[in-house]
Design a protein around this ligand. Structure first.
Ligand SMILES: [Zn+2]
Length: 82
């Protein structure tokens, strides 16, 4: 089972990246990412996906790509599985 802080951070990652969260939540998640390498890794991957999507300029759905990447991460991160 992921820790509650991890679940929250991962759950809000896209909103965090898009700065769609209240200041205090952005701060809290930012602090968590700094001290939690697995979440930080996921954050970086999602940022990369977002940049790729932005660069294409299309309204492509990154879900499939994201799911694939997340599946790979989970496969190497037993604590985040199930
Ligand atoms: Zn975490």
């Amino acid at each position: 089972m992921p820790k509650p802080e991890c679940e929250e951070a991962l759950d809000r990652l896209f909103e965090y990246i898009d700065h769609e969260l209240p200041e205090e939540e952005i701060h809290r998640i930012g602090e968590h990412l700094k001290e939690c390498p697995p979440c930080e890794a996921e954050h970086r991957i999602n940022e990369k996906i977002k940049r790729l999507v932005n660069r294409t300029g299309h309204d492509v759905a990154p879900e499939e790509l994201r799911d694939r990447i997340l599946a790979t991460i989970r496969a190497t991160r037993p604590e985040a599985g199930a």
